[in-house]
Design a protein around this ligand. Structure first.
Ligand code: ATP
Ligand code: MG
Length: 364
């Protein structure tokens, strides 16, 4: 400290540490069919927006992304479409997915003064996706500005988000019911032992409700209304009190607006098929689970994550049908992105939970 030269060295080091420290900015992304969440290391969850992009079909121009775009769903003139680039948990439109990722990545890196903004990105993807789809997601993230991309199975990320001991030699069972996919997985020693990925989840329940109201009440309702009804009164198990919701739409006979007061019983019936599919698949995974792991799961319970797990009484129904206790995790919609955050914070210890290095390498 005594001579100015030394002092200058220290200042320089601090300066570089401060600015270059931020160069290794890490971002975790839950690229969900319904919602996209972004975690920034050191900051927490900074983005939580619908996975919707509004595009002008005539010009190909993107008009809005996220919350702004969701407001337009079902309300746009013919040449403007509000699309969800991911359907059933897979990339249905590569270019729009890339644009959406770019928008979110830019949004979180923009407000930081960094000389070099390209972050390392960890993305949760459904366990059922093909190699081609994995590559599509990785390429989209690289094109969107990521320096390096890592992938993690969504159920693994959700289990880590639920603070399950995924790297121990013990059985953990997680069921993540999202918008497009339901992921059922048994995890032990940092790997997925058994898994199933169904294309039946929250969105399908909305469609069930649209179909049901058409068939039962001659009432045409939009997806958004169906979703509101599901969230307001949807259940998988008989409720103690009667719940009601006024469904508004168009009378299919007269063509005029109509309102029908529906009950939780109607909604239960409407979504029963989807619920049955989910429960039956959980049972199948339980049946396929090796007995040692099953004993651990009996002890710890099945953990539910994802927005779809908030259907009233679904936990009780699954517990009854499987004979295994069921625990609904806290804040189930953020489980996956919180899991990616935990992995980013402890990359050295948790490397083993990522989808193989091999898959990551060629594009990294
Ligand atoms: N309180 C609630 N009750 C019932 N369903 C709900 C509730 N809140 C949200 N949902 C449903 O949860 C779904 C969205 O959940 P989530 O954000 O976990 O999905 P995602 O991660 O975007 O989709 P995926 O994991 O399939 O890619 C939507 O279908 C939404 O309607
Ligand atoms: Mg999800």
């Amino acid at each position: 400290m005594s001579n100015p030269q030394h002092f200058f060295e220290i200042i320089k080091k601090r300066f570089f540490k401060r600015f270059f420290g931020q160069l290794t900015q890490d971002i975790g992304i839950d690229l969900g069919t319904a919602n996209t969440l972004v975690y920034v290391r050191g900051k927490g969850i900074v983005i939580n927006e619908p996975s919707v992009v509004a595009v002008n079909k005539r010009t190909g121009q993107i008009l809005a992304i996220g919350r702004e775009a969701k407001k337009m769903v079902g309300k746009t003139p013919g040449h403007i479409v509000a699309t969800r680039p991911l359907i059933d948990g897979v990339v249905s439109d590569f270019e729009i997915t890339e644009q959406m990722l770019r928008y979110f990545i830019n949004k979180v890196t923009q407000d930081n003064f960094v000389l070099f903004r390209r972050p390392r990105v960890l993305i949760g993807i459904p366990s059922g996706v093909t190699e081609v789809e994995k590559r599509a997601v990785m390429e989209a993230a690289l094109n969107a500005g990521a320096r390096k991309v890592f992938l993690i199975d969504e159920p693994m990320a959700a289990a880590i988000g639920a603070r399950l001991p995924v790297t121990d030699a013990t059985g953990n069972m997680i069921v993540d019911i999202g918008g497009g996919t339901t992921e059922i997985a048994v995890i032990s020693l940092g790997g997925v032992v058994i898994s199933r990925s169904l294309r039946v989840a929250g969105d399908e329940m909305n469609e069930d409700i649209v179909r049901y109201s058409r068939d039962e009440f001659n009432l045409l309702v939009g997806d958004k209304t169906a979703e509101e009804a599901k969230i307001a009164i949807g259940s998988a198990y008989q409720q103690r009190e009667r719940l009601i919701f006024a469904l508004r739409g168009r009378d299919l006979v007269s063509g005029l607006p109509k309102e029908v007061v529906t009950t939780d019983e109607h909604m239960r019936e409407a979504i029963s098929r989807s619920i049955r599919i989910i429960v039956n698949n959980i049972k199948t995974v339980v049946e396929e689970t090796p007995p040692e792991l099953l004993a651990d799961i009996m002890h710890r319970g099945i953990i539910l994550a994802g927005g779809g797990s908030l259907i009233r009484g679904l936990d009780k129904l699954i517990a009854n049908q499987t004979g295994i206790p069921v625990r609904l995790m806290e804040d189930p919609l953020t489980a996956v992105v919180r899991g990616t955050g935990i992995v980013l914070d402890d990359m050295d210890q948790l490397k083993e939970v990522l989808i193989s290095e091999e898959a990551n390498k060629p594009l990294g």
